[in-house]
Design a protein around this ligand. Structure first.
Ligand code: BGC
Length: 248
């Protein structure tokens, strides 16, 4: 089946048709810059435009950087606050005329990795983290997704400061940190995660995961740690798969 997956991120809204059997993109990826402010009134028309560009009329999966409960968006860490308590799933469905499944971006990336990537065939507790503007987090327990984890907002070392302001890739770039310094920060973060959840496998995604050789050596964990396989495409692929598999 060919399904439209949409990845709504802070800087771009990306979409492509995905073969949900193989996890491969069957069209080019279209990227439209995220309008500012990134509120529903400006963002939803972009999703409609994407569906039109693909002349698409079928189930659509969308991932966005928020908690999403029963189609209602309940947080907005790096996008406009107008999304909070907004019925995003229904509004996108109305605008596009298609059935929509709206989920958290890290959850859809994890769905993609479990189906087609580094988590394939893995049992037990598998956690997926996306390191980017924020820190996205997701967990599969014996093949079942625990949705809407928000572990980028954990406090570390007794400080009232979200972990993503300490260890996200954005912070690495803004503070021009060496890989060693950032790697050590990630180690603090992941050791705490390991203490709390005891995962067997930690998959690290986000754009920076392609540079994994530079920071993975600083992680001293019991869990196996591996870079994501799908990288850039995980959001689109996972959203498309979620559109036909997840119950909402
Ligand atoms: C948001 C999460 C999101 C993550 C990655 C965090 O700031 O709270 O919902 O998954 O960023 O985009």
């Amino acid at each position: 089946m060919q399904v439209l997956g949409i990845d709504f991120g802070g800087s771009g809204i990306k979409g492509a048709l995905v073969d949900t059997e193989t996890g491969e993109l069957v069209t080019e990826r279209i990227r439209i810059p995220t309008p500012q402010p990134a509120n529903p009134d400006l963002v939803i028309p972009v999703m409609k435009q994407l569906a039109q560009e693909f002349s698409y009329n079928g189930p659509i999966g969308v991932g966005m950087p928020s908690r999403v409960l029963d189609g209602i968006v309940t947080s907005a860490a790096n996008i406009d606050d107008a999304w909070i308590n907004y019925p995003g799933q229904e509004a996108i469905a109305q605008a596009t005329g298609c059935p929509v499944t709206l989920l958290n971006d890290a959850d859809v990336a994890a769905i993609a990795e479990i189906h087609f990537g580094a988590g394939r065939g893995e049992k037990g507790i598998v956690m997926v983290f996306t390191l980017g503007t924020g820190i996205g987090s997701s967990m599969f327990v014996h093949g079942h997704l625990v949705p809407n984890l928000e572990l980028g907002h954990l406090y570390l070392r007794g400080q009232k400061l979200d972990a993503e302001y300490y260890a996200s890739d954005r912070i690495r770039q803004e503070k021009e940190m060496s890989w060693k310094k950032w790697g050590r920060r990630l180690n603090v973060y992941f050791q705490h995660i390991e203490f709390l959840f005891s995962p067997q496998l930690i998959i690290i995604g986000g754009g920076v995961s392609k540079k994994h050789a530079k920071f993975l050596p600083y992680l001293d964990l019991r869990a196996r740690v591996t870079p994501a396989v799908l990288r850039n495409e995980a959001g689109i692929v996972g959203a498309a798969v979620a559109a036909i598999t997840e119950e909402n």
